[in-house]
Structures are given as structure tokens and as C-alpha cells.
Write a protein that binds this ligand. Structure first.
Ligand SMILES: [Zn+2]
Length: 139
């Protein structure tokens, strides 16, 4: 599948899980990394799509909508979860934006704390961080 990658990002196999999203440029702390891209779907449709999918590329926008990066994603849909992430998400006017939490060097995998996902609460985390909470969902 062909992906229109956002500037400064590359997709490679990840030590955390499957494929990950890696920086190819330096992102200074607090700098915007990229915007999440994908098909706009209702949250009801997001829940339907989550059933039986092992890899979820869906990111919630608000109480009504989500974006499914499996269709039309720009590489940010490969950003893995970490309990000690180097980026964070900010949702502004329906846009899902990733920002650097600290300086990120070329070659580093970009990670975010998912906090809440459509995965079951029992889904184990394999991020490898010192302070890993053991599960993907935070509760
Ligand atoms: Zn973890």
C-alpha cells in the first residue's frame, strides 16, 4: 500500500510493536511533528471496525468522529504507544496534532501515550519503558 508520508517521518520495523513511525529530521521540543490523517468516520463505525482488528489505526477526534489512518494515513498512524513517550497529541478544531514532548533526533521512534483506545483494557503493553504501566489503556 502506498502512503503519502508526512515530512520528516519514515516507517520502519519497531522494537515496540510491528511497524513504527520514525523521525528522519530533528524535531525540537514543543514543535509540531505532523497532523494525523485518515478517513473521517463516526465513532459507531470506529467501534465496528475495531472488532477483530489486531492493529488499530483509528484515532478519536471528539465525541462524534474518529479518523481511520488505515485509509489515507500519512505515517502518523504507525506511531506506537509508549508509557514514556517523546510526543503528545493535541486536538484542535477537529485536527489531531502530534507535538514533540522533548527534542527528538533523526532515527528515533516517535511514540505517544495512547491513554485510551478501542483495545480491551486487558491489552498488554510492550513498550519496554522503565515505568511501563503494563497495559495500553490508562485507567
Ligand atoms: Zn508500556
Amino acid at each position: 500500500m502506498r502512503i503519502n508520508l508526512a515530512h520528516g517521518l519514515a516507517i520502519k520495523s519497531s522494537p515496540i510493536n510491528g511497524k513504527g513511525c520514525f523521525a528522519t529530521v530533528h524535531f525540537p521540543r514543543r514543535k509540531k511533528i505532523a497532523e494525523y490523517a485518515g478517513e473521517k468516520i463516526s465513532n459507531a463505525e470506529a467501534e465496528r471496525r475495531a472488532v477483530g482488528r489486531r492493529k488499530l489505526r483509528i484515532c478519536g477526534v471528539d465525541e462524534y468522529y474518529s479518523l481511520d489512518g488505515a485509509r489515507g494515513g500519512n505515517g502518523t498512524h504507525y506511531i506506537n504507544h509508549s508509557c514514556q513517550p517523546n510526543s503528545f497529541v493535541s486536538i484542535l478544531y477537529g485536527h489531531i496534532l502530534f507535538y514533540a514532548l522533548r527534542d527528538i533526533n533523526p532515527g528515533e521512534e516517535i511514540t505517544v501515550d495512547y491513554e485510551l483506545t478501542l483495545h480491551p483494557d486487558t491489552k498488554r503493553c510492550s513498550c519496554g519503558a522503565m515505568n511501563c504501566r503494563g497495559k495500553i489503556n490508562k485507567q
